[in-house]
Structure formats: structure tokens, C-alpha cells
Design a protein around this ligand. Structure first.
Ligand code: ADP
Ligand code: MG
Length: 598
């Protein structure tokens, strides 16, 4: 008998890796338009059929690909953009991983024609499920045209995660819009089923480009925001404070022309606006940050929406100052300091910088974790109005000192909810529900990431049948793979009914029906439209919340010890998945101050 461990065939590993890069048609559009831009195209056309779910054609007038390079372009980790590892710190191009074309080709049929100016004949290549089916001469203009069809045919489950053609088309348009805003010199067209939905000519000026891309209402509402300091340049436009939006969707932020969704940058912009616009309103901004490639790490995730800065504090300050000046909000570190504020109380500029930098902090020593770190009592609690923004981002794990919670001495419980601990540096209060919620959430997230450790649900003795309104039914059936990751088995049961066969292990006592209804109640209308990864976070949050120890329950000593040990073992222990603090620390100096000993 041979062993049970086998090396997966390449077609399969490609397909698995493709899942990282190609989540939906919009991911294909993003990669191909970026390739066209990297190839120096000045004209790009995107044609979508059925919102990109049936086919996508992208045509550019860029430099094209040499005949002998064509098969290589579809080989994994083949790129013309970097040659050595160090190069990833100096890349200026969008691509550099050489993953996009092979990933796309492994989950669809790709037909490409391409020609370089130096060769008389072009090349046609057809690839199906990752295999080259045809490589021949073709007459074509200089540039590249790629036609992607039979999208997700080899991986039909992926289709379950797609939404309506109209919604997918919207995502494709978002992706092109983000790229188009910064590429003022490139003519970009998008059509859907033959109808033009975006058509922006090459222009010289960013304000003009914004109006052409985002709409004519933007004319007259944009204020330039430009400043350069210590090798970092910020350049772009921000909206007048009167011109606000109900969501953060019109906040376009770029780092070295790459669109990013970065908590720090968004937070900096919101800090500047906070005093001049109402809570839950958002500005429209298009801001580009240019930093030395060595000072920013874009290599965080294959879809490359997150970044890490070497000097986040300076970047944060530059944005707050520049945007504040532009909109006349007058909020700068200097002006607050001059007003006589000590600069450390809640709500001050300094506190807000600290709050935003939390995720960059690497704690130093066990005491520091609580008393100088994210748990310190004088830190501003996460502002409710920044919540939707934070939710919109997937939080990367934060480094946390090991063994620190277990070192504390448990004193007792207040209000059946808060656990008090004694430490040589002061006292710490833990919200038992928030703490347990974070622990369960991280457990679900880890299990989802490690297929080997897939959560085993608790099988119900008597499966529960629940009938639901159509939109709830659709949402749950579409989310079934996510629920399954959490150990929850939900299947269609005919008509408008679902049957729940298993629930997450930590919820075994919960009644399946209430669990489903609570889950639906926690996921708002907007959450249901979230992309897969973010929707998973929402669902995991709802399950963790449901399973966590409630307030008003007294805990036994061993339960407290187990809670502390679990907190030590997880990342992101500072907040619950909803963003509320897990613990608050009051240092000895603070206690002494309260009792007027100092
Ligand atoms: P990456 O962009 O990370 O290098 P891709 O898989 O997206 O990887 O593309 C592989 C290679 O194919 C690129 O490095 C480039 O040389 C070539 N290529 C892809 N698309 C185009 C295009 N539209 N025009 C010219 N060359 C292209
Ligand atoms: Mg690429």
C-alpha cells in the first residue's frame, strides 16, 4: 500500500492558488487592465458580457508580447517586471508576481492575440483549463487583446459566490474607475453587452479626470490638496465639507498610483474632516501618496490592497495637515498643541494618532502591552463614526505579547460582566463578553484558513427546518460555504425552506432556529453585498457574538484562567470583532492621580 500523502498535480495547485487572485470577474478585469497599463498602453477597452460573468475582453495598444514569451507569460511566477527579490522593494509596475495570467487561465478559457511593434506577425494563443491548445500566427495591430470566457467552468463552486450580473458588472466598473482616476493620460472605455458605460479620454489634469470619471457634480466641489515633506508627496483633491456622502465609497486613496484600502490613510482623512462634517457622513476624495518604493511594502497580500509604511506616523500627520488646511478645518498638530491641550487626553490629535497606529504597534515587554499599549485607559475608544470604515477592511493580525494575560492576578468580577485583575503596574479590567467573542472569532478564522483543522460542527439529533423570506433564503444559501467553514451545515430543503443539520461546536446548546434568525438580524442589507472575504468576517462575528459568554454571568476561577490563556494565544486581543475594547488598563500613576496622591 502506498502512503496517503501525495503531491497535488500542478493543474490543481494552480487552481487553488487562483482562488486567491481571482475571486470574481472584477478580479480578472483588474489584473488585465493593470497588465495593459504596465505595458504602457495609452488606450484600453474593456468589454463585458453578462456583467463579466460570461466573458471579458480587454484590448490595449501597449508594447505587446514576443512570440517566444507568450507561453511563458502563462507560466506560474513568470514576469518581465522583476528579476531578484530585492526588486520587489523598488517596483513601479502594478504586477510583479507573475501570478495573474496563469491563475486566470486555470479557471477559464483564454484567447490572446498580441504583437510587438518590432515583429510583422502577431501571435494567437488559446488556453483552456491551463493548457495551451493553440499557438499560431495572427494578423493584429500592435498591442494585446485578451478574451476570457467560460469563467469558473473548471471550478463551478466559485459561481455560487457570484451575485447578479448587474452587481458583478458594478464591481468591474469600480475596479476600472479606481485605475482610471489616476491614469489621466490613458483613454479608457468600458462597455457592457455592447453599451458604453464608461468612456474617459486622456486629459492633462486630475480635476478634469475626476469630473469625467465620477460625474459632473464634482466640478466646483473639489479643493486641491498638495504637500510634500521628507520625500513623501501627497497630491490630489478633496471635496468641500458641504459635499458629503453617506458612505466612504467615494474615498479614493492611492499609494504610488496603486489603489489601497488602508485603515491608517482613511482614518487620517476622516480626522481632518471630523470637525466639519456630521457623524456618519463621508467626504469624496481622490488622493495620491508618492513614497519611495523602499518605504512602503505592497507585498502584503496578492490582491495588494493593503500596504505597510516604514514611517506611518509621518504619513498620517502629513495627510491630516494637508487635508485640514485644504478644507479650512484648521486641525493640525501645531494648532491643537498651541491651544494648551496636553495632547494626550481622549479625543486629542495625539490620541487619535495613537488609535490609528495601534495596528502598527509592536508591544515591548509584558507591562507595556497593557499600560503603554492598546489597553491603556487614556486612549480614545474607537469612534463610532469610524466604525463602518473599519468594518470595511479586513484586519491583519496584530502582534501581541505571549503569556501576558495569564500573568495577571484575578481579583473578582464587577456587575457580572467585568473581570478585575491586579498587576504590578496597575489594574486591568476585561469585558468578558468582548474577550470571549474575540477568542471565538479568531478560532473560526484560523479554522477557515487551515483546511486541515476544519471546524467540526455539532450534528443536530433532529435537523431543524426553517422557512425564510426569499432574500434571506438567497443570502444563506450563497453563504453556505462560509457557514460550513464554521462547522454549520445548512442545505436547501425545497421551496423557501432550509434545513440546519449541524451548528458550530461552541453553539451546541443554541437552538438552530434562533441562531439562523440572529445571524440574519446581525447581517444588515449592506453586509449582504460585501465581497466574500468581508462577508465571512461578518458572519464569523455574528456567530462568535452568539456563542460568547453573556454579560451578567458569574465566572468560576478555572473559567477565568482559561479565558486568559485563550486571549494570550490569539492575535488582535485588544478589541472584539465589533471593534469595542476587550480590556482597559489603569496604571498606578493614574490611580495615584485619581486619589490625589500626586
Ligand atoms: P505580472 O503582471 O505580475 O508580471 P502576469 O501574469 O499578469 O504577471 O503577466 C505575466 C507577464 O506577461 C508580464 O510580466 C508581461 O511581461 C506579460 N504581459 C501580460 N499582459 C500583457 C499585456 N497586456 N501587454 C504586454 N505584456 C503583457
Ligand atoms: Mg499582472
Amino acid at each position: 500500500m502506498s502512503g496517503r500523502i501525495v503531491i497535488l498535480p500542478e493543474t490543481l495547485t494552480h487552481r487553488i492558488a487562483a482562488g486567491e487572485v481571482v475571486e470574481r470577474p472584477a478580479s480578472i478585469v483588474k489584473e488585465l487592465v493593470e497588465n495593459a497599463l504596465d505595458a504602457g498602453a495609452t488606450e484600453i477597452a474593456v468589454e463585458l458580457e453578462k456583467g463579466g460573468c460570461q466573458s471579458i475582453r480587454i484590448t490595449d495598444n501597449g508594447e505587446g508580447i514576443d512570440r517566444e514569451d507568450v507561453p511563458l507569460a502563462f507560466a506560474r511566477y513568470a514576469t518581465s517586471k522583476i528579476g531578484a527579490f530585492e526588486d520587489i522593494y523598488s517596483v513601479r509596475s502594478f504586477g510583479f508576481r507573475g501570478e495573474a495570467l496563469p491563475s486566470i487561465a486555470s479557471i477559464s478559457r483564454v484567447e490572446m492575440v498580441t504583437r510587438r511593434a518590432s515583429s510583422a506577425a502577431g501571435t494567437r494563443v488559446i488556453i483552456e483549463s491551463g493548457e495551451v491548445k493553440e499557438l499560431s500566427d495572427a494578423g493584429c495591430p500592435v498591442g494585446t487583446s485578451i478574451f476570457v470566457s467560460r469563467i469558473f467552468d473548471p471550478v463551478p463552486v466559485r459561481r455560487k459566490f457570484l451575485k447578479s450580473d448587474a452587481t458583478e458588472q458594478g464591481y468591474c466598473l469600480d475596479v476600472v474607475t479606481r485605475l482610471a482616476l489616476m491614469q489621466t493620460g490613458v483613454k479608457i472605455r468600458v462597455s457592457a453587452s455592447g453599451r458604453s458605460i464608461l468612456n474617459v479620454p486622456a486629459v492633462k489634469d486630475l480635476a478634469e479626470r475626476i469630473a469625467l470619471t465620477l460625474g459632473q457634480d464634482f466640478r466646483g466641489q473639489l479643493i486641491p490638496a498638495t504637500r510634500e515633506r521628507a520625500g513623501v508627496r501627497l497630491d490630489g483633491f478633496v471635496s468641500r465639507p458641504e459635499f458629503t456622502r453617506s458612505s466612504a465609497a467615494q474615498m479614493y486613496l492611492y499609494v504610488n498610483r496603486r489603489f489601497v484600502k488602508d485603515y491608517l490613510l482613511n482614518h487620517a482623512v476622516m480626522t481632518a474632516y471630523r470637525r466639519v462634517i456630521e457623524a456618519r457622513r463621508y467626504p469624496a476624495v481622490v488622493l495620491g501618496l508618492e513614497v519611495m518604493p523602499g518605504d512602503v511594502d505592497v507585498n502584503v497580500h496578492p490582491t495588494k490592497m493593503e500596504v505597510r509604511f516604514r514611517n506611518p506616523r509621518e504619513i498620517y500627520a502629513l495627510i491630516v495637515e494637508t487635508v485640514s488646511l485644504a478644507i479650512g478645518a484648521g486641525l493640525t498638530p501645531q494648532s491643537e498643541g498651541a491651544a494648551g491641550s496636553p495632547g494626550s487626553g481622549p479625543g486629542t490629535y495625539a490620541a487619535r494618532v495613537d488609535e490609528a497606529l495601534k495596528r502598527y504597534r509592536v508591544s515591548s515587554g509584558p507591562g507595556k502591552l497593557f499600560f503603554g499599549g492598546p489597553f491603556a485607559a487614556n486612549r480614545e475608544a474607537p469612534a463610532p463614526q469610524s466604525q463602518p470604515l473599519r468594518d470595511a477592511l479586513t484586519e491583519p493580525p496584530q502582534p501581541v505579547e505571549r503569556g501576558s494575560f495569564s500573568d495577571l492576578v484575578y481579583v473578582g468580577q464587577v456587575a457580572g460582566t467585568y473581570l478585575i485583575f491586579d498587576s504590578s503596574e496597575g489594574m486591568l479590567l476585561i469585558d468578558q463578553h468582548a474577550a470571549h467573542e474575540r477568542i471565538l472569532f479568531e478560532k473560526l478564522r484560523r479554522q477557515a484558513a487551515e483546511t486541515k483543522e476544519r471546524a467540526l460542527g455539532q450534528r443536530l439529533l433532529i435537523p431543524e427546518v426553517v422557512s425564510l423570506p426569499p432574500r434571506d433564503y438567497t443570502f444563506l444559501t450563497q453563504s453556505a460555504p462560509i457557514l460550513e467553514e464554521a462547522g454549520m451545515e445548512v442545505e436547501p430543503f425545497g421551496g423557501d425552506s432550509l434545513v440546519v443539520k449541524a451548528v458550530p461546536a461552541f453553539l451546541s446548546q443554541a437552538e438552530a432556529r434562533t441562531l439562523i434568525l440572529d445571524l440574519l438580524a446581525e447581517c444588515t442589507e449592506a453586509d449582504r453585498d460585501l465581497p466574500l472575504i468581508e462577508r465571512r468576517e461578518k458572519i464569523f462575528t455574528a456567530l462568535a457574538c452568539r456563542g460568547a459568554i453573556k454579560a451578567n454571568r458569574s465566572l468560576t476561577g478555572p473559567e477565568v484562567i482559561a479565558l486568559c490563556r485563550d486571549l494570550d494565544a490569539i492575535p488582535n486581543a485588544a478589541t472584539c470583532p465589533h471593534g469595542r475594547p476587550v480590556a482597559v488598563a489603569i496604571s498606578l500613576p493614574e490611580l495615584e492621580k485619581m486619589f490625589k496622591r500626586r
